[in-house]
Design a protein. Sequence first.
Length: 211
Amino acid sequence: MHFYPKGIFHIFNQGNNRQRIFFTDENYRFFLWKMRAYLLPFGDLIAWCLMPNHFHWLFRVSDVEIPRQQWKIHVEQVEALRKRRPCVGVTRVHADTKIDLNESIGILQRSYTRAINRQENRTGSLFREKCKAEDGWNPGFYSISGRGGKLFKFCSGSDYLAACFDYIHQNPVKAGFVTCPENWPWSSARDYAGLRKGTLCNLELGMELLK
């Protein structure tokens, strides 16, 4: 995936052969911790939705790559919070090396896959080989699908953002799981509706961009 600073991207992936990737509520929660650890060093989440066999992120990139030591400190601090234990030390890495967003997303998926494989007593890949990302500032960007099965062409700027924001949050409604987006617990719709005080999304940035 080609990322660049200040770009806004719709990032998505699904289970290999469309298999389930989330089996329990705890799996969803675990994946959200992974998102916090491996995405947020590179920018801001504007919206997200986790579905039984796929996920969507609307993400604004601040830095395409960062020093690996900085990334490692963040990851280990988040992992300590998840495990509710103090972060007593950080593994040292070579000071001159860097890590980019693509690599970090790959690590996120592999880490989650290992946990699910242990849980489900399975082996092999869980996700499709590569995540996909659509550039929100590309005037030729098209969504995966639109209302009524029609293909949407999104314009650059706030029109695209609003359409993609809506598309992401409408996923569980279109799947018939809920009747309104904020009833689905595994998306940022509840945060924007004021029903939950989540900190994973940058709500202030999201609302500013959607004006």
